[in-house]
Design a protein around this ligand. Sequence first.
Ligand code: ATP
Ligand code: MG
Length: 338
Amino acid sequence: MRVVSGIQPTGKPHLGNYLGAIVNYVKLQEEAQAAGGECLIFLADLHAISMPHKPAVLHAATLEMVATLVACGVDPAKAILFNQAQVPAHAEMQWLLNGTARMGWLNRMTQWKDKAGKNREGASAALFTYPVLQAADVLLYQATHVPVGEDQKQHLELARDIAQKFNNDFATEDAPVFTLPDPYIPEDAARIMSLRDGTKKMSKSDPSDMSRINLTDTTEEMAQKVKKAKTDPEPLPSELAGLEGRAEALNLVTIFAALAGSNPQAVLAEYGGQGFGQFKPALAELLVSVLEPIRDRFVALKDDRESLDAILARGASQARELAGPTLDQAYTALGLVR
Ligand code: ATP
Ligand code: MG
C-alpha cells in the first residue's frame, strides 16, 4: 500500500480541510504503516506558483501548513511529510511526462478552463501543465492509493492516460515503468459547507471569514462563528429526511457528527426537537474541544523553524529515495544518456 496525497499551501486551513482531508491522512498513515507500506503527504508548493502569488506569503503559508498538519496528527515518524520544492524529482518527472501528455488532453481539463477563465492568453504555462505535475507527483512513487476529492478525479484520469501512453510508447508490457494509479475515495469523507450559505462548500478562497472556521481561530472566534451561522427557525427533526431542503441545518448536523465521530442520524436521535438556541452551544462546545488542542499544538510549533525544517528535510530525503528508481527508469526508457 503506497498512499500519495498533496495539499496546496495557499490560505489558512479550515474545518472543511480538516474533516474532509487531514483526518483522513491521519487514518491512512496508520493503515499504511500497519500494511507495511508508506503514506506520502506533500505540500504542493510547486503547484502554488501556477497562479499569481506573493513569495513571502507562499513561504510563510508553506511552513504554517506543515505546522498545521503535524498539529492535526500527521506524524512525521509514520508519514513521509515533505514539500515538492525539496524533491527535484517532481519537477524533473513533469518535464519527462510533458513529452507524453497531449495538448488536447490538457485543453479538456475543467480546472484549466475554470481557473484560466476568459484570459487564456494571460494564464501561466504552469497553470496549463499543472495536471502533468500532478501526474508526476503520483507516478513517481508508483502510488496505489491516491485520495482525491470529486474535483480532482479528472486529473487522476489524466495521470492514468499519461502513464498508459508512456508505458506503451517506451516500455515493454512485462516491464512497465509506471503503475496506473487508482482514485481512493474514503467512504465517510465529510463535505463541509459554508456557514453563510449551505449550498456552497466551505473554502479558503471565500471572501467572508465568517463562512468558515479556521483551524487557527481563537476559541471566542469559533464560538462566535457558530452562533452567527445561518440557520432556519425550525427545530431539528428527529429523522434525517426532515433536513431535506434545509442545507444550513444539515451542514451543522454533519459537522457535529463528523467532530463527534458519529453520524447525522445519531445526532438527530439526540437533538431532534431542539431548536438552534440549544444545538448551537452544544456544537460550539464540541468544536472547541476538538480544535483547541490542535490550535495549541499549532501555536507551539509554528515559529519553531528548526523543528519545521527538520521535519521537511527528513521527509524530503525519504521521498527522494523512493522516487529515485522510477525517475531513473523513466530517463533510461526515453533514451536519455546520464
Ligand atoms: P481553495 O478555495 O483555494 O480551492 P479549499 O478550501 O478548496 O481552497 P484545497 O487546498 O483546495 O482547499 O483543498 C485541500 C483538501 O481539502 C482537498 O483534499 C479538498 O478536497 C479538501 N476540502 C476542501 N474544502 C473542503 C470542504 N469544504 N469539505 C471537505 N473537504 C474539503
Ligand atoms: Mg479547492
